[in-house]
Ligand binder design. Structure first.
Ligand code: DMJ
Length: 410
């Protein structure tokens, strides 16, 4: 949006709490109490506000018990609700917080809504209904699920775009880059968060993952397992940094998988972690590019100049952490430490940390941006990677796609 909404403060709160930085946490709380105001004439992304703000506020509430976070989360959620006023109930991608007017991006298949965006609201909205006793939030996301269940899925894959006016898919192109991927992630996490009672979500996850494995996952000539992108009827042998989260997702979903394929999914998670580590290791800075190819002799390396940047993204470290929790193989801590050192060496600047424009250049230039997910996710996952398993045990907590922990609803 175009207003000062303190995204970094809100997104980083639970990280401060988890790290025991209580003075800084209190400062953040004070700022939120006094300054965080949602009656601004600003058009925001429903998805981004949900995962960063509502997720961040809910996690801060659950960890600290401070009412102000719950109150702000509910106020903000109320401002997002008008986005659901479409002919189908599939929300617009953007909403003006003041007027409640919603719209979609022109580039998204002729004004469609994006699956990963409207499919990544479930966890937070279920918690909002749980905390308020008001079913409105739950009903909105269950309506989306029911609608998706009824639709046809080419090859078992969900296309990326859905027109909220007609209820029809946009272009039939399906791939699991992370923004698309967080829909699958949220199916698995809906099941985990419900204490494994939401078996409908688990079934949808299992079906989707089988289709993804069949159609999108391949091995390179050099033996690296990668998740490609389906485009214009063929599989592009390219994987995005965003997609590297899937290694952790496969590991997290291993237990409870269909036909008792737990070992298989844990192995798949390990292979994706390995591939993503290779994408880091094959650069000059030991930081991963935004996207990397597997073509002929090219193995896990970015080819295009505009895919060589690293913007402090968390997905690879996220996967190291999940793999560490499930296997305790020390290589994941070693790989996490390599990334930590590289971030410290190449991304640290006087005012914080910055993204770099080319991970293959020995004299990198900065993009001069510290994304809010660096504090919300990258540093949190690193901290957890080097902490004991009893800090936020996965039996009791489920992390939203922005790394905000929400409790399992027993
Ligand atoms: C974050 O906002 C979330 O992790 C989201 O799921 C994907 N993009 C960024 C981090 O790369």
């Amino acid at each position: 949006g175009n207003s000062q909404m303190g995204a970094t403060i809100v997104d980083a709160l639970d990280t401060l709490y988890i790290m025991g930085l209580h003075d800084e946490f209190r400062e953040g709380q004070e700022w939120i109490d006094k300054n965080l105001d949602f009656s601004v004439n600003s058009e925001v992304s429903v998805f981004e506000v949900n995962i960063r703000f509502i997720g961040g506020l809910l996690a801060a509430y659950y960890l600290s018990g401070q009412e102000v976070f719950k109150i702000k989360a509910v106020q903000l959620a109320g401002k997002l609700l008008p986005a659901f006023n479409t002919p189908t109930g599939i929300p617009w991608a953007m909403v003006n917080l003041k007027s409640g007017v919603g719209r979609n991006w022109g580039w998204a298949s002729a004004g469609s809504s994006i699956l990963a965006e409207f499919g990544t609201l479930h966890m937070e909205f279920v918690h909002l209904s749980y905390l308020t006793g008001d079913p409105v939030y739950y009903n909105k996301v269950m309506h989306i699920r029911k609608l998706l269940q009824k639709m046809d899925r080419p090859n078992g894959l969900y296309p990326n775009y859905l027109n909220p006016r007609t209820g029809r898919w946009g272009q039939h192109l399906s791939h699991i880059v992370s923004i698309k991927g967080s829909f699958y992630e949220y199916l698995l996490k809906a099941w985990l968060m419900s204490d494994k009672m939401d078996t409908e979500a688990r079934k949808m996850y299992d079906d989707a993952i089988e289709a993804i494995e069949k159609h999108l996952i391949r091995k390179s000539n050099g033996g690296l397992t990668f998740i490609g992108e389906w485009k214009n009827g063929h599989l592009e042998r390219k994987m995005g940094h965003l997609t590297c989260f899937a290694g952790g997702m496969f590991a997290l979903g291993a237990d409870g998988s269909r036909d008792d394929k737990a070992g298989h999914y844990l192995q798949l998670g390990a292979e994706i972690a390995h591939t993503c580590h290779e994408s880091y290791d094959r650069t000059t800075l030991k930081l991963g590019p935004e996207a990397f190819k597997f073509d002929g002799g090219i193995e896990a390396v970015a080819v295009r100049q505009n895919e060589k940047y690293y913007i402090l993204r968390p997905e690879v470290i996220e996967t190291y952490w999940y793999m560490w929790r499930f296997t305790h193989d020390p290589k994941y801590r070693q790989w996490g430490w390599e990334a930590t050192q590289a971030i410290d060496k190449y991304c640290r600047v006087s005012g914080g940390f910055s993204g770099v424009k080319d991970v293959y250049s020995s004299s990198p230039t900065y993009d001069d941006v510290q994304q809010s997910f660096f504090l919300a996710e990258t540093l949190k996952y690193l901290y957890l990677l080097f902490s004991n398993d009893d800090l936020l045990p996965l039996d009791n907590w489920v992390f939203n796609t922005e790394a905000h922990p929400l409790p399992v609803l027993h």
